[in-house]
Design a protein around this ligand. Sequence first.
Ligand code: ADP
Ligand code: MG
Length: 499
Amino acid sequence: MTSTARPSGRNQTSRVVRHQMYIGGRFEDALSGGTLEVYDPATEGVIATCPAGDAKDVDRAVRAATSAFYGGWRKVTAQERGRVLLRLADRIRARRGELAELETRNSGKPIVEAEYDMDDTATCFEYYGGLATKINGEVLPVPAEAMAFALREPVGVAGQIIPWNYPLLMAAWKIAPALAAGCTVVLKPAEQTPLSILALAQDFEAVGIPPGVVNIVTGDGPGAGAPLVVHPDVRKIAFTGSAEVGKLIMRAAADQLKRVSLELGGKSPNIFFNDADFENAVDGALFGTFINQGEVCSAGSRVLVQRDIYRKFIDAAAAKAKTIKLGNGLDRETKMGPLVSSEQRDRVVRYLEIGRGEGKLAVGGGIPKALDWGWYVEPTIFYDVDNSATIAQEEIFGPVMSVIPFTDEAEAIRIANATPYGLAAAVWTRDIFKAFRVVKALEAGIVWVNHMQPTFVEAPWGGYKASGFGRELGHWAVEEYLETKQVFINLDEKPIGWY
Ligand code: ADP
Ligand code: MG
């Protein structure tokens, strides 16, 4: 149903590299011997294979992580854990070009964006390298002849499942705080994009990560993700991905009352008042929606525009969207690459078909004809979309913007919050009073004013409502990997004398 008028079959141009996963400090095949194909979304060719891990491989990895945790990692000082993370940050900086190119080849994203991702990845490890030595307990003011304190202890083995949109950065967001907290890790990358984290794993031992402390199990969701969630020795699951899989994970974890943190989808509003800097607003709408081909959980895909500037805004946004250069992400001129997979492209194309019945098309709306290969979708803007429409309510995860008009501040807030999700939001205005009123009224875990998407490791990241719970980044992420132990010490030497 993908309406592509292209040659069928594969554009197989490169050598297929056979990768192994990383368990207990060694690169290993799946016990079953099974493999998955890994693609270049720009050529549709297979560039690699990785092991199709299953429950047996997950079990091996969890055993390695468990013995690493009890066998020594718990005794490694916070200073040394911090140094390990700092050394890993240095390695990422040293390998920036190579890792960015690999990320682009595997995910499709423009190389310039992949380079930003590598910088953010290094910064993330660096931040948690510094934070490792600042995880303190508290002394509590209990009465008289006693002393009490709260100890912070690592939860143990953390299971981590990540998506394909920011492959290495999402791995860093999960691995870095877990190691800072003193946990060991079994991470399952998305089956579409395992290459960058496997490449980084080559450096784990050299930077001082002992065998078993970080394990990477490749495989698909049902095959490798599901058994990780229900493994009895995994104490905590951190997941970033779709709401649909988030629900499955929460249900599966319930049987063992396992801790979960979930960073799920969004349908984030990007609100433009008539007093916003117009040129910036248009740019911000496109950037907020189309960065990373729109494959962003915090994409500002619902663009709310005040009626006074509505028509002008649509015309300007459409004109600018037409100039976005699509192409192979490895080309430095490329502003938008292909979507990650044919499945994702087909999914987005289905939404484009729905959108034609729900709104008016300002630009895009299909598969670009000029490119022979690659899972591209044109940057697309629908307008006159009702907030209750499917394209305004469901996360598309592609370059599709729905523009919705509003009359006043109250209506903007009402529309903005009328979604099951609550990940992010942005507001554009030069009126500081209005900006802060709207900030306070928005039900979202992240609110930007006069920008959208800038993300800093110091600041908390996560959603309200159906966008999940728990927070990543900053000191908040470390909390997700810590237990709190209350310790009470009786200082009164006389017998208790109750019975
Ligand atoms: P998408 O459908 O866009 O690929 P998903 O939420 O399915 O997004 O994928 C995010 C991550 O969740 C991937 O690593 C995927 O393999 C994993 N996953 C998918 N299904 C399951 C499942 N049933 N249990 C655990 N992990 C899963
Ligand atoms: Mg899925």
